[in-house]
Design a protein around this ligand. Structure first.
Ligand SMILES: Cc1cc2nc3c(=O)[nH]c(=O)nc-3n(C[C@H](O)[C@H](O)[C@H](O)COP(=O)(O)O)c2cc1C
Length: 319
């Protein structure tokens, strides 16, 4: 089984990916990630600053870029910029459920229009310097939309199709629809990558028992809550002292990578709070988020970390 870090806009950007890789990479069979989307932009040249998350020098983990948009004429300059940076493939986002995005027939908002999907692929594939993969939901208004979409996708040479079996209108409510996946899988002619709700070893085992033909699974929210999850899924068993030690290293690495990423201090702190609001497991010191959520500075944050863990936090990089 291959585990892939799912794209999560505003969450799994390069400082997160690098911090996770630094601490947990050696214990997990998770070597690939799909980066959060970059939006297609008008013009014949794409500015390098638009692609900062993807600069090779910023990335320790193998990363596949993802694009969001439906404008075929904007695709080629983006593909060329990515190719110049050394990328060989790109993922097309047909899953984003955000209303403002979907309203413009982007992300999952394009799924009700299979003809437009075919039109985009007809225009971009012949001249693209990059191989293409696609990440879909099962529809925007209704899961029935996936059937004509799958027929279209089958007609093109795609590297894989990642399926998150929810519809756009659902956002993240309810459960990933495995019954729907059951119906789609036999119709898919491409490699299927699965994405959705794999947040424990038990859930992964249940998925693999039901869908043995799927060999690549994306993990998103489950590993934001439990950063050990990809290691557990790879068969690694930690004792609780190891968990506490590695978790401390991880929060230290998160702070260091975000600090060095050049984000303003307020944004660095906001990110740490966001991660702490999601962490869940025995490795989380009791009452930690309550003490962190209203802090005003990174200096205060480091002091709280020092009191939460037995060993002092390494914070020389803040100087
Ligand atoms: C905050 C957030 C941001 C996301 N951003 C993206 C994105 O940029 N591109 C994408 O294809 N999917 C995105 N997703 C969807 C995830 O990649 C994934 O398909 C979804 O969360 C279900 O998997 P999970 O239950 O393992 O998280 C995002 C999800 C969340 C919660």
């Amino acid at each position: 089984m291959e585990w892939i870090l799912a794209p999560m806009d505003g969450v799994t950007d390069f400082p997160y990916r690098n911090a996770w890789m630094e601490v947990f990479g050696p214990y997990a069979k998770m070597h690939r990630s799909v980066a959060p989307f970059v939006t297609l932009v008008p013009g014949s040249k794409v500015r390098r600053s638009h692609l900062r998350d993807l600069w090779p020098e910023n990335n320790r983990m193998e990363v596949e870029p993802q694009i969001l948009g439906n404008e075929a004429e904007w695709f080629l300059p983006m593909a060329e910029a990515l190719h110049d940076m050394g990328y060989v493939s790109v993922n097309w986002n047909l899953g984003c459920p955000v209303r403002q995005v979907a309203r413009k027939q982007r992300g999952s908002g394009l799924l009700p229009y299979p003809g437009k999907i075919a039109d985009f692929l007809d225009k971009v594939l012949p001249s693209s310097p990059l191989a293409l993969s696609v990440k879909v939901r099962t529809g925007y208004f209704s899961a029935q939309e996936i059937f004509p979409v799958m027929e279209v996708l089958n007609a093109y040479p795609l590297q894989y199709v990642a399926v998150h079996p929810r519809i756009g209108l659902q956002l993240y409510k309810g459960m990933a629809d495995w019954d729907m996946l059951d119906r789609i899988l036999p119709l898919m002619e491409h490699v299927c990558v699965y994405s959705g709700d794999i947040d424990s070893v038990a859930k992964a085992d249940a998925f693999c028992a039901r869908f043995p033909s799927v060999r690549e699974i994306m993990i998103g929210r489950g590993m934001i809550a439990d950063p050990f999850l990809p290691c557990r899924l790879s068969g690694y068993v930690f004792v609780s002292t190891e968990e506490r030690f590695l978790f401390k290293l991880f929060v230290e690495a998160l702070l260091r990578h975000y600090w060095r990423s050049g984000l303003p201090e307020k944004a660095v702190l906001q990110r740490q709070k966001m991660f702490w609001s999601k962490f869940s497991g025995d490795f989380v010191p009791t009452g930690a988020f309550g003490r962190i959520k209203s802090l005003d500075s990174v200096k205060e944050y480091v002091q709280v970390l020092d009191s939460l863990f037995e060993d002092k936090i390494e914070h020389g990089f803040l100087a």
